[in-house]
Write a protein that binds this ligand. Sequence first.
Ligand SMILES: [Zn+2]
Length: 171
Amino acid sequence: MDFTATHGLRWRDPGVERVPAPADLARWFIEAGLTAMPVPVSASTHRSALDLREALYRLMRGRVSQEPLDRRAIDVVNGWAAKAPPAVQLTADGSAKRLVAPTAGKLLTFVARDGVDLLGGPHADRLGECSRDTCTLLYLDTSRAGSRRWCSMEACGSRHKMARYRRRDAV
Ligand SMILES: [Zn+2]
């Protein structure tokens, strides 16, 4: 789901691409905590990654709006999820986990498998889309009441609140 957020403002055409180049995807892998060490990303893996991202987005968005799921998107996600993820091992002192020779392609299997776990798991009904008109980010509502409305309180929730205060001032 975090990966789908690298394409923002989808209502605009085009939206905002936050990983426009292979190097940006390499950075995202680290920011997302998928790997601690940088991995090289080829142009073709970058293209495939964006294809996977859009497939995940279509499926998650489809769940939110309860539309029939896109078969091609399912095939794309399943194709990645079926590939082997990087091997893992303990560090020499046994205190931490390390990926063995991670590659960009192998890291994408993590993303796809997470997507399968989410969409095919018990929390899929907790997917939502931010209520702010101009935001298209998805969230997973982990609140007990299931009352979440914003992608993040800091970004969209507080802006909504501020707008409400301003309106109140104007009255
Ligand atoms: Zn938002």
